[in-house]
Design a protein around this ligand. Sequence first.
Ligand SMILES: [Zn+2]
Length: 320
Amino acid sequence: MLSAVSVDGNNCLFALALAIVEVENTATWEFFLYNLTDALQGSMDFMNLTFMTDKLKGLIHAISSIFPAQASSAWVYERAIEKMKDTNVEAHDWLLRNPPSTWSRHAFDTGAKCDHVTNNMIESFNSWIGPMRNKTILSLIDDIRENLMIRLWKKYIFAFSVEGKVTPSVKKKLKLIVSDARFCHAQFAGENQYEVTDGSTRFTVNLSTQHCDCGVWRISGIPYKHAAACIREQRREPEDFCDFYYSVDKLQLAYREIILSMPDLKQFTVNTSMLNGVLQPPKLKRQPGRPRRNRRREPGEPDRTEFRRKNQSVRCGHCK
Ligand SMILES: [Zn+2]
């Protein structure tokens, strides 16, 4: 199964698309992406989409613990890279084999307004599917559809119960940022520009262009502590400076659509005469690795071990 997932403004999983394919290879991924692009083309923000893949699997697993990946500005990245080179040249060379725009926060497309450096969301989606995965294709798709339908409805209710301008997760984040901003000193320069001192480092902040030298605001879409110190000086709310992706309005918009209810699968009739010569099942290919020895059971069909266990306890009442 191939899937594309995203996160909503409240940092929760948002499933976009899935497809069942015979094998996972370039051709099937191309088929999936072609149709995904087609489906998303109607979206207003289509041009701002950022794709994260687990193609660079080793790298993706590693970057969450590597400091240069988390650097939000070019100068912090350069310093981290130099430090890594001094510590371990092999790790440094391995890391730079892929362009930083695919793994380092500072080089990400700023239109995404998202600072995720791992694709943990796909792992969350896979674990959410977890028990359904063993079902036959039709039952699998129907179960996912039903669960997504329920999820969308619950999230819709939640989105309309939220009060304020930004989503609850951003509200929580801002609380911590505002608290950290107490240790920053903002010096007004005029025309919404400030010089902010954080410890021994100085940053320039421009509230009009949403710029801070540290780069966090530009990438995440949420003002960081340096900007929060300036916002505090103006006696304004940091919520007013968050990107519109994190607004409650956007969250409500994300869950406005519904997945339509469907009758039972048993009610479906397939006109087999139409299928002749038009749609044939794909040719079966043997997968790499050892062939499956146990037949995949239908949903609700008892497990073989359960059946055996029941039989073991049967004894003849006459001969004992
Ligand atoms: Zn900053």
